[in-house]
Write a protein that binds this ligand. Structure first.
Ligand code: PNS
Length: 186
């Protein structure tokens, strides 16, 4: 085991089985692994930071050396503030490499003492991303096996609530049109 704190930063919107796989692998290598959710005011996420924290909390409850946190601004600054010596990132396929390399080198430029370590999740998760999970779920497709059960449940809850809201809006619209048509006929 490596002495020191490592940080696993990301959006985790939502956490996938690939993320969980990496957290488990990372927790075996580092003394302490801090899973850090970016609070990004520019993006409109599907899940709030509080919801993502809650899901990750449930998923990592048995991993005693895994801590959860949120950060904003530069990741290297946050890493420094918690004395992390290393950044953990996952590489699923060659297509990830270019972006990850660019980010790792930029982070090295910003903070030369902070190392980036890449790990590969299990190959069965090599095509799984939060973005695709959101897309499939939003289109009504199955995400079982791609995300942990608790995430699947929260996704369904969120999309059901959104659908109910949309149905209510459409019903109101239809009623308004009907009332207008009724008035014109009088
Ligand atoms: O899960 P993601 O969205 O691929 O994670 C990207 C993340 C959060 C690791 C990256 O965007 C980040 O570190 N953002 C914080 C801002 C920052 O430090 N940017 C410079 C990195 S090159």
């Amino acid at each position: 085991m490596n002495k020191g704190i490592a940080i696993y930063p990301g959006s985790f919107d939502p956490p996938t089985n690939g993320h969980l796989d990496l957290i488990q692998r990372g927790s075996k290598i580092f003394e302490e692994l801090v899973v850090a959710i970016l609070r990004n005011s520019e993006k409109t996420p599907m899940f709030s930071v509080a919801e993502r924290l809650e899901m990750l909390k449930e998923l990592t409850v048995d991993l005693k050396n895994v801590r959860l946190d949120t950060f904003h601004g530069l990741m290297v600054e946050y890493a420094k503030s918690i004395d992390a010596i290393c950044v953990l990132r996952g590489i699923r396929a060659v297509s990830d490499y270019e972006y990850e390399l660019q980010m790792a080198l930029m982070n090295r430029k910003l903070e030369p003492t902070l190392e980036t370590v890449f790990m590969m999740p299990a190959d069965k998760y090599s095509y799984v991303s939060s973005r695709l999970v959101r897309e499939v779920a939003q289109a009504g497709g199955p995400v079982r096996g791609l995300v942990p059960d608790v995430v699947e449940f929260k996704l369904r809850q969120k999309l059901d609530a959104a659908n109910r809201l949309e149905e209510g809006r459409l019903e109101k619209e239809a009623a308004k049109h009907k009332a207008k048509r009724g008035k014109r006929k009088q």
